[in-house]
Design a protein around this ligand. Structure first.
Ligand code: UD1
Ligand code: CA
Length: 460
């Protein structure tokens, strides 16, 4: 058994990404809401790398800013003179006794288990290459083996002979090797090739010449080694990543009505017998308790929903907490800091913002409840509005337990409706309402008996 060496990860991210046709540096385009480069950095962190070196070029300041939360060694490659030259920029900062793992900022779906196998294949002073068999190998460097199947060298597409072009085993670019070896070989690179670049891949020939074993490892899935160069590839890898997450959640017991129409941009934790209908988008950190149902076309962002709650079609819930056995929607919106206790009902075309609603209360139709503390078993009639904003300041509305609010009522905050009060339909409430009373503000109803509707001249 060999002792694991400390790990230095080098991530190449100097590519310009011209084919993305975007002002944003390529590695900052996102998959599942997270920059491509961040996916790779997170893998490196999971591998417990001692240090992570990011070789940047184009859009460097923007890239550094976007990843400021991570402890990274930033290395500038001023001129792009090939992958060998790029790696060279990071080497002075890496101790000789470290194992170097080379990753790419635009190859985001590589997995930790595959990289662990790659690292294992480099133990005992070997060079480990991640290679793959592709039906269409065009564009990639080819893995050239001898009759005994031992790797001899890598030849780039543009330098390859007819016979070499027929090889289907390709170089993914990812590799692992000891730093001292890498430093010796990189120092020997030249740019005498079809592209006039310092090819990192030439180190394989040097390794063979030095009698170093070259081991190869295959990824579990092809998407792990695929890079992003254009928007089509970005979309394809987005779907591949979403499918990977969906598969994982289904293994945990989630019922997904259509995994092809499910998007998770963050983390989702689930209880038992959770059902997510088609076309649901989940962002940030979301937790769904046992038997929660999420209806079609719903967006959930940073919400915790307790057991047995049903969120119907076309709802948007954000930064909120929802209790047990609530009914929400269809067409409901919970804005940040909404807290619903158990068995609360929030019906269609209802917006709740920064409000606490206690057990069993109902806001069933066409209402706005903002900056409100609502007690238990309150019934809010259709079209009720809390007027929380005076144009400058926000004000609180307080509604006690067992209040009944008639339809089309405006509660002009700051205002308190004490427990058990009833408010007549169509009221504009501007002063506090005492407990257990009936309050209404309404013009007298008038009937004009002898009244005629206006008529057009030719009808008279
Ligand atoms: C390289 C490999 C090739 C492999 C392919 C996999 C070499 C010489 N060839 O091809 O065998 O099949 O990757 O995709 O290594 N980069 C820099 N600085 C540079 C050059 C490249 O940071 O000066 C970065 C790019 O941003 C990109 C990565 O390295 O992320 C690979 O570069 P790219 O030009 O796409 O690959 P090739 O060199 O064509
Ligand atoms: Ca009215």
């Amino acid at each position: 058994m060999s002792v694991d060496l400390p790990l230095s990860v080098v991530v190449l991210a100097a590519g310009q990404g011209t084919r993305m046709k975007s002002r944003l540096p390529k590695v900052l385009h996102t998959i599942a809401g997270k920059p491509l480069l961040e996916h790779v950095i997170e893998d490196a962190l999971r591998l417990e790398a001692a240090d992570i070196h990011v070789v940047f070029g184009h859009g460097g300041a923007q890239v550094r800013e976007a990843l400021a939360a991570y402890d990274l060694q930033w290395v500038e490659q001023k001129e792009q003179r090939g992958t060998g030259h790029a790696v060279e920029q990071a080497l002075p900062a890496i101790p000789d006794n470290h194992l170097v793992l080379l990753l790419y900022g635009d190859v985001p779906l590589i997995t930790v288990p595959t990289l662990q196998r790659l690292i294992a294949a480099a133990q005992g002073d070997a060079l480990a290459l991640l290679t793959a068999e592709l039906a269409d190998p065009s564009g990639y460097g080819r893995i050239v083996r001898d009759a005994a199947g031992r790797v001899q060298c890598i030849v780039e597409q543009k330098d390859a002979t007819e016979d070499q072009l027929a090889i289907h085993e390709i170089n993914t670019g990812m590799l692992a090797v000891k730093a001292d070896r890498l430093k010796q070989w990189i120092a020997r690179l030249d740019d005498n090739n079809a592209q006039g670049e310092f090819y990192l891949t030439d180190i394989v020939g040097f390794a063979v010449a030095d009698g170093v074993t070259v081991n190869t490892v295959y990824p579990d899935e092809q998407c792990e080694i695929e890079g992003v160069n254009n928007k089509r590839q970005l979309a394809e890898l987005e779907r591949a990543f979403q499918w990977r997450q969906a598969r994982q959640l289904m293994e945990e017991g989630l019922t997904l009505r259509d995994p092809a129409r499910f998007d998770l941009r963050g983390t989702l934790s689930i209880g038992q017998d959770v059902i997510i209908d088609c076309n649901v988008l989940i962002e940030g950190e979301v937790a769904l308790g046992d038997e929660v149902y999420i209806g079609p076309n719903t967006v959930l962002k940073n919400v915790h929903i307790d057991a047995g709650t049903r969120v119907h079609t076309n709802c948007v819930l954000e930064d909120s907490v929802v209790g047990k056995r609530c009914e929400i929607g269809p067409y409901a919106r919970l804005r940040p800091q909404s807290e619903l206790a158990d068995r609360v009902k929030v019906g269609n075309f209802v917006e709740i913002k920064k409000s606490q609603i206690a057990t069993g209360s109902k806001v069933n139709h066409l209402s706005y409840v903002g900056d409100t503390t609502m007690g238990a078993n309150v019934n809010v009639g259709a079209g009720t509005i809390t007027c929380n904003y005076d144009g400058v300041y926000k004000h609180q509305t307080v509604i006690g337990d067992n209040v009944f609010i008639g339809s089309d009522t405006q509660l002009v905050a700051p205002v308190t409706v004490a427990e058990g009060a009833t408010i007549g339909a169509g009221s504009t409430i501007t002063r506090d309402v005492p407990a257990e009373t009936l309050t209404l503000s309404r013009a007298q109803q008038v009937t004009v008996e002898e009244w005629q509707r206006p008529k057009k001249a030719d009808e008279r």
